[in-house]
Design a protein around this ligand. Sequence first.
Ligand code: GBH
Length: 482
Amino acid sequence: MPEIKKLPKDFLWGYATASYQVEGACEQDGRELSIWDTFSRDPTHTEDGKSGDVATDSYNRWEEDIALMKSYGVNAYRFSLSWSRIIPKGGRDDPVNPEGIAFYRNFILKLLENGIKPMPTIFHWDTPQALQDKYLGFLNKDEIVQDFVRYADVCFENFGDLVETWLTINEPNIYSILGHCIGAHAPGRSSDRTKSPEGNSLTEPYIVGHSLLVCHARTINLWRTKYKQKYPHVKLGIVINVNWGEPYDSSEGSKEAAEEFMHKASLWLSDPVYFGDYSDYLKSKVGDRLPVFTEEEKSLLKGSNDFFGLNHYTAYYIKKRTTPIGPTDFMAQLMPDIEPTQIGSDGKEIGPKAGLSWVRPVAWGFRKLLEYLYDRYHQDIYITENGVICPNERNLPREVGLKDQFRIDYFKDYANQIIDLVNEGRVPVKSYIIWSFLDNFEWQEGFTRFGVTWVDFDDKLTRYPKDSAGYIKKFFEDHLEK
Ligand code: GBH
């Protein structure tokens, strides 16, 4: 038997979800609406015409969910807090909802009782609708920062004694671009007037990204000044979505294009967290559409992460753009010089087709990315999301869907990259959190099947473990030091 390479016993592993994708109960116990409630209640905004009003009803089934998770052997769970459940109207002078606080406090206590470390995300895209109505949410930095920091303070005050790992904001790059350039996510803003009566796809994403970073920086500052002394072991970080961009071929043009892709799609919002400002490279490309940080903001941002929170799913080949950009292809207009493709210069696909067009398994890209990020930032990396959907999984009958070999292969290949990098002493990866605990509301895609648990959306939302849940349980039993 070859010796099995191990991960240290404090390595965190488990599953992730987000409040709007699973909780449902959107007007229960004092919760008020978020921008995702209003956005997805318009049936033209989701693939299946459905909203997350009920989702997987996890707000009501939380005990059952924790028991199931426990049976999967995890030692951590990443979930997000719903701002409008905690402060229904969202604002700094608005009342806190005691039922919201009680729900999350009980939830976290139950996790701990089961040996599962809570990893809450403070903000996973569900801005209170009242704040969007009052001042356009993250388009108004001065207002949103004050409201956000007060919300974070309420979270720290009420759950700070129970949590060791906080994620401040999930994927600010996706919130900015999908919500304010393409208009596919809430609040649905875009220059495309068939989608949105107002919005500017080329400027708003940068304004929103900027506000999100300042919210992160001031939240960290609040923690460090008000709570850190009391809870010195606690770690906090922002979560960035990063795909790997592989140069299409060995030409200089492809190399430059891949670098530009990394900067424009992702490093845009992580460089400031480490270096205190946008890169000169980004400034030269985006020019005066990029907002400017004050000196105070720069110093608060620099060094504001205790770890790099990474959501990673897939890779693309990147080449210099050769084809014209359509008048409403605003995403391409944000990155006009580069073109991502899934077919390589050798004519081969970068990875097998999965159940959604954007997520092909490319495990070697994961390894390259982890090396790249560590070499850039020299900090521990927490994988906060990684996952896949099997080909056609959304349309399979349950008996077939439960046998998710495609997902098993994906996890095996990705997790082994981590094990290798850690054992080589090459990259300090400290967690592997898988998306997702259960099939759920996949934003504009409607209900899909990203979970290791099959949810019967037609019959009482009953949960059935897929094969992958058992595979991963055994994998970590074998690979974690005892
Ligand atoms: C994460 O986003 C989210 O944090 C999580 O809530 C989500 O459920 C999970 O991944 C699975 O998708 O318009 O071609 O970009 C990952 C980044 C951005 C990937 C939006 C899918 C939509 C297709 N996602 N993207 S595209």
